[in-house]
Design a protein around this ligand. Structure first.
Ligand code: GLA
Length: 383
């Protein structure tokens, strides 16, 4: 990302200069809606994210300018000082969550700008939380470890932004590693880097350019369905607290006790966790055909059982299949956003052309194409 624009803007607003930090958005190869179920996820950080320049000021107030929105906000650090601009909730929330964990409040000035496409399911909000969490921790020597920074970001979503999200996005943004996916066990926060360099294939996102808004969305309802199903299973199997530890047999036992809808949601979540484990094995063997089949199966589950797809995403998935794409599925929370596609190099151009043209014919707008580069997580830029 070009740092000059942020640097110039910072100097113009605050008459000085600060330190630059960057935090990325993420992709997720497989393991969708498994994080809050205590299952596994397999995300990676991307080369798009949020760049922030920041410096302490001598007051107890925060002054932040969003370059992309051309909006400036000032707020204090008490709970009652929540700013009205919704983009600023992410920053206010990070400050508050740090203070709740013992950080000493301190004012600062910041300018930020991003190149994560908004509403595309690439976790622009986690990138924003992570860049501030990482920066404040570094700037004020707060001494939170990286896992705490992840939790600070997640709690910001829960307590200040109305989304009961899992841990995946913030984890990927903070822990991402170039050329690697992160296999994260969301129940223990144990993780392992999995090198991802599929020779002969490309990973590409196709953005359905339909709105993706998790706040007040059915996202929280999906989570509740899963929690109800898990609670029913716990009665027979007390060690099972979340669906990540359950299997389909256990779910069948409670079929008559839960609603049909909760059953479908839980079935998807349990199957998805198994698919992820199987996909990691296939990745180790370099078996991309199996990886690809699993991606299609995930799409089917997200569309038919979890019901978080859209007609646009289903259409893109069908198009990928028709073009012989190895694996394709909708990605992220759902209700819009991108498909992620594992495409053999010799099919790439055909797929991209076909996807653009067919989508345009059907929906009257062009999908956007983002080739994926798995990159490094949150960091201070030394310049
Ligand atoms: C959103 C949430 C994540 C995760 C995904 C679905 O991105 O923020 O925690 O639940 O949806 O996998």
């Amino acid at each position: 990302m070009d740092t000059t624009i942020v640097r110039n803007s910072f100097r113009e607003k605050f008459g000085t200069s600060g330190v630059l930090y960057f935090s990325p958005g993420r992709i997720n190869l497989i393991g969708e809606h498994t994080d809050y179920n205590g299952g596994y996820v397999l995300p990676g950080a991307i080369d798009k994210g949020i760049l922030t320049e920041i410096t302490p000021n001598t007051s107890d107030r925060v002054r932040v300018y969003s370059l992309d929105l051309n909006d400036y906000v000032e707020f204090g650090l008490d709970e009652k000082d929540k700013p009205s601009a919704s983009w600023a909730h992410y920053i206010f929330g990070v400050c508050r969550e740090m203070i709740k964990r013992g950080a000493r409040p301190h004012g600062f000035d910041a300018v930020f700008s991003g190149n994560v496409p908004l509403g595309a399911g690439l976790s622009s909000s986690a990138a924003l939380e992570s860049t501030f969490a990482f920066a404040l921790n570094d700037l004020f020597d707060y001494d939170f470890d990286k896992k705490e920074l992840v939790l600070i970001g997640q709690k910001t979503e829960h307590n200040y932004c109305g989304v009961n999200c899992g841990i995946m996005d913030q984890f990927a943004s903070i822990f991402g590693k170039e050329g690697n996916l992160v296999r994260l066990d969301c129940s223990t926060m144990e993780y392992e880097y999995i090198p991802f360099n599929p020779l002969g294939y490309k990973l590409v996102l196709v953005d359905s350019v339909t709105k993706h808004e998790l706040v007040d969305s059915p996202y929280n309802k999906r989570r509740q369905s899963c929690e109800r199903a898990a609670a029913a299973i716990t009665v027979n199997h007390p060690h099972v607290k979340l669906l990540g530890n359950a299997d389909l047999e256990m779910l069948k036992e409670v079929k008559k006790l839960i609603s049909e809808e909760d059953y479908m949601r839980a079935q998807y979540a349990i199957q998805e966790n198994t698919r992820l484990i199987n996909t990691c094995e296939a990745l180790k063997q370099g078996d991309y055909q199996t990886v690809g089949r699993n991606l299609y199966a995930t799409h089917h589950g997200m569309s038919k059982l979890y019901e978080v797809s859209t007609i646009e995403l289903d259409f893109l998935n069908d198009t990928a299949k028709a073009c012989g794409v190895t694996g394709s599925r909708m990605m992220g929370g759902g209700f819009g956003g991108c498909t992620i596609n594992l495409v053999a190099e010799d099919k790439y151009d055909l797929f991209i052309d076909t996807a653009i043209n067919r989508f345009k014919d059907k929906f009257g707008k062009e999908p956007k194409i983002y080739p994926v580069k798995i990159s490094q997580g949150a960091r201070r830029l030394n310049e």
